[in-house]
Design a protein around this ligand. Structure first.
Ligand code: NAD
Ligand code: LMR
Length: 350
């Protein structure tokens, strides 16, 4: 009898004609016990090119106990699909703005890959007009439902969307600069890969700091600080710097109108989110690059290495010694970054 009740509860939730399916969706939710102890994570834009593989990979992360998948389209399908994976996290789906606040209720970490991607010929800044408004709306939801959450912002142009999020949080009186992180991990992932290729090493053995921002010349790999220590000819430096800066465009062109990096981005986003969760758990020595509020330069935001801890980005590291090539690159990066940051701030202050 009890077993019958359990089964009918589950089938009621999963029947396709059930209009309530969208906000619930997971048979796992019907279990008497929840998932493993861990963190509550929401993905906003979960049905997109990044969102789907990112959702799958976060469902596989043992630090996640509850996974909320939010999108304005297709969230029920993605949630039903992912909820069948036999990993610990309990998955729930949320569809449309009416469910944004429920999606965010009580979250520890919010990952935002919502928004339109580039097509060939576009810059990331060309996405501003659509994505700025999307990020503002989603951040307003965070203000209401999980003001203490750590936010990983992926939506482009990151150099402007992070300042937008900061202004929304400031206006609401909840801004904690340590908890707002623009995700630049893909630049580091690419830099590790391309540098390893040139050095003939396994990319997992290579670590390249990438500072500045996340667009064109604002992406500044510090090749003089590569680990393991190594040196490059001027031609190799030029080749690597340009390839890392243009990595996004390389994918946009190869996809020929079908979008931008999604799979490598989902990988990078999960690598970064996992580092944030280990920091939140209290692990020591978690250091990654991210675009954060910063006093490293005269700009209010800048990407450098940060130490992730229980409070988010608890320490923002200095740039370290730069060579002449990097000093020139830094000046170019700062010039463009200043404009993108101001554009984001003005969008909210207008
Ligand atoms: N930071 C980085 O390194 C990096 C890397 C790759 C892509 N991106 C950016 O990530 C964003 C998403 O890229 P994608 O390829 O996944 O795009 P996509 O179009 O495949 O997916 C975007 C998803 O966002 C959803 N969405 C749109 N408006 C929304 C809203 N108001 N609320 C919630 N969801 C909404 C869409 O329905 C869609 O499912 C783009 O802006 C892209 O430029 C950033
Ligand atoms: O290039 C893009 O538009 C997407 C992303 O920012 C990337 O670096 O791949």
């Amino acid at each position: 009898m009890e077993a019958n009740n359990r089964i009918s509860r589950i089938s009621a939730h999963l029947h396709p004609s059930n209009p309530q399916m969208a906000p619930i969706l997971s048979a796992a939710e019907c279990r008497a016990k929840g998932g493993a102890p861990g963190f509550k994570v929401a993905i906003l834009g979960a049905a997109g090119g990044i969102g789907q593989p990112l959702s799958m990979l976060m469902k596989m992360n043992p630090l996640v106990s509850v996974l909320h998948l939010y999108d304005v389209v297709n969230a029920p399908g993605v949630t039903a699909d992912i909820s069948h994976m036999d990993t610990g996290a309990v998955v729930r789906g949320f569809l449309g703005q009416g469910q944004l606040e429920s999606a965010l209720e009580g979250m520890d970490l919010v990952i935002i890959p919502a928004g339109v991607p580039r097509k060939p010929g576009m810059t990331r800044d060309d996405l501003f007009n659509i994505n700025a408004g999307i990020v503002r709306t989603l951040c307003q939801g965070i203000v209401k439902s999980c003001p203490n959450a750590v936010v990983n912002l992926i939506s482009n142009p990151v150099n402007s969307t992070v300042p937008i999020a900061a202004e929304v949080f400031k206006n609401a009186g909840i801004y904690d600069p340590k908890k707002l992180l623009g995700v630049t991990m893909l630049d580091v992932v690419r830099a590790n890969t391309f540098v390893a290729e040139v050095l003939g090493l396994d990319p997992r053995e290579v670590s390249v700091p990438v500072v500045g921002g996340h667009a064109g010349v604002t992406i500044l790999p510090l090749l003089s600080q590569v680990k393991p220590p190594c040196s490059f000819t001027p031609e190799e430096t030029e080749y690597l710097t340009k390839r890392i800066q243009d990595g996004g465009t390389e994918v946009v062109q190869a996809k020929a109108g079908a979008g931008s990096a999604t799979l490598s981005m989902a990988y990078a986003a999960v690598k970064f989110a996992d580092a944030c969760l280990r920091g939140l758990r209290g692990d020591a020595g978690i250091v990654e690059c991210a675009f954060v509020a910063s006093q490293v330069t005269d700009l209010p935001f800048f990407a450098t290495k940060v130490r992730l801890g229980r409070g988010g980005a608890e320490e923002v590291y200095q740039l370290g010694p730069l060579n002449e090539y990097e000093r020139v690159g830094l000046e170019k990066a700062k010039k463009e970054l200043a404009i993108s940051i101001q554009k984001g701030v003005s969008f909210i202050k207008k």
